[in-house]
Write a protein that binds this ligand. Structure first.
Ligand SMILES: Cc1cc2nc3c(=O)[nH]c(=O)nc-3n(C[C@H](O)[C@H](O)[C@H](O)COP(=O)(O)O)c2cc1C
Length: 167
């Protein structure tokens, strides 16, 4: 999205991290994403971490970019993220100027798989006309600290890309 002067009168961008975190591991992952996005090298990006349950279409539309973090449940995205999509889908499509080509990235936390989540999020976000700017980050199997590194790195990458105006 090109840089515009926002309602706060400055040139900052906003990154919304929407994370479903039902476990200690996923809470650590969400914190790592935020930590990366708030790295000291980031100049003009304000990042916020929310649960899908506390998010609505206005928050989505007002953001310049999104990072979605979800667990895989029953071979699909979490019910929490699906509930968000159910609520925002048509209200977002009704605001093409703010919605279309919204840049986003996806982190999947799965026990063993993750492919069903990736496919289901791709299908819905294609319908939403959003733009996936990074290959999905898949964290599966036994929890390891590299998951946190990946999350931190993704937060930094997306925030830096918004900051530089390249996504
Ligand atoms: C109800 C339920 C269904 C699940 N279904 C899947 C699944 O279909 N595929 C998969 O890879 N993991 C599945 N999992 C595992 C979750 O993805 C995992 O619990 C989540 O990523 C949190 O992991 P953590 O305990 O390491 O934080 C399921 C977990 C629950 C509670």
């Amino acid at each position: 999205m090109s840089e515009t002067i926002n309602t706060a009168g400055d040139h900052s961008k906003s990154l919304l991290i929407i994370a479903h975190t039902p476990s200690p591991n996923t809470r650590e992952m969400a914190k790592a994403v935020l930590e990366g996005a708030q790295n000291e090298v980031i100049g003009q990006v304000k990042s916020k971490l929310v649960s899908p349950f506390d998010c609505d279409h206005k928050m989505v539309l007002e953001s310049d970019g999104l990072i979605l973090l979800t667990t895989e449940n029953f071979g699909y995205m979490s019910g929490a993220l699906k509930d968000l999509f159910d609520r925002v889908y048509y209200p977002c499509l009704a605001e093409p100027t703010l919605n279309d080509a919204k840049p986003f990235a996806l982190i999947i936390k799965a026990g063993l798989d993750g492919t069903g989540t990736q496919a289901s999020v791709t299908k819905i976000t294609s319908g939403l006309k959003w733009r996936q700017v990074q290959a999905a980050t898949l964290c599966k199997g036994e929890f390891e600290s590299s998951f946190l590194d990946k999350c931190r790195h993704l937060g930094l990458t997306i925030a830096a890309s918004l900051d530089a105006g390249i996504i």
